[in-house]
Design a protein around this ligand. Structure first.
Ligand code: SF4
Ligand code: SF4
Length: 178
């Protein structure tokens, strides 16, 4: 079946089109067609996530944050003693940078880093249209997490991620009290 636009994607990604093979002559729809042709839900989510990250990395080709001695360009300009850029409060950050491939964090470059570049938004990334509105909202708020954790949230849905957040907050409270 030929895909000409993204209007009916909510329907095409449902189980009703499980046996349908999509194709397109439109180059800008290629990643969407590839995603729709992956019929296993988890694999499709992984593909969409990785393609979106690739798209962002290609868009921001240069090293925007220009780290030197653990300080980013914004920290060096403001002459403060802080290190690790805007990752400094993240439990994942290491002295070698980010060990994750976190899509949400890739969409929050500050003005100093961006200079004249336009900040990408979730809606600018075509392939993300293959996700539901809830999944896109989940992605938007998924800072400080690993790729694998985010994929799980997208796969298992709102109940799983709510429980996970409550559990995290309770563990923090418990650690403070001990
Ligand atoms: S986005 Fe801005 S504040 Fe964050 S690491 Fe890059 S230069 Fe620093
Ligand atoms: S997950 Fe985000 S905040 Fe944490 S280290 Fe990676 S880029 Fe920084």
């Amino acid at each position: 079946m030929e895909l000409r636009n993204t209007k009916l994607l909510f329907l095409y990604r449902s189980f009703l089109f499980r046996l349908v093979k999509f194709e397109t002559k439109n180059n800008t729809l290629k990643t969407i067609v590839n995603a729709l042709n992956i019929k296993k839900r988890k694999q499709r989510i992984e593909y969409v996530y990785d393609e979106a990250v690739k798209y962002i990395n290609d868009y921001y080709k240069e090293d925007l944050c220009q780290f030197k001695n653990n300080q980013c360009i914004a920290q060096r300009k403001s002459n403060n003693k802080k290190i690790n850029g805007c990752c400094r409060v993240c439990p994942l950050v290491t002295d070698k940078g980010c060990p994750s491939s976190n899509l949400a964090c890739k969409l929050i470059y500050c003005k100093t880093a961006l200079k004249n570049l336009k900040l990408l938004k979730i809606r600018d990334i075509q392939v993300l249209k293959c996700l539901s509105i809830f999944q896109r909202l989940t992605l938007k708020g998924s800072f400080f997490q690993t790729r694998e954790e985010i994929i799980k949230d997208l796969y298992y849905g709102p109940i799983y991620s709510s429980f996970k957040t409550i559990f995290k907050e309770l563990s923090k409270l418990f650690k403070k009290k001990v």
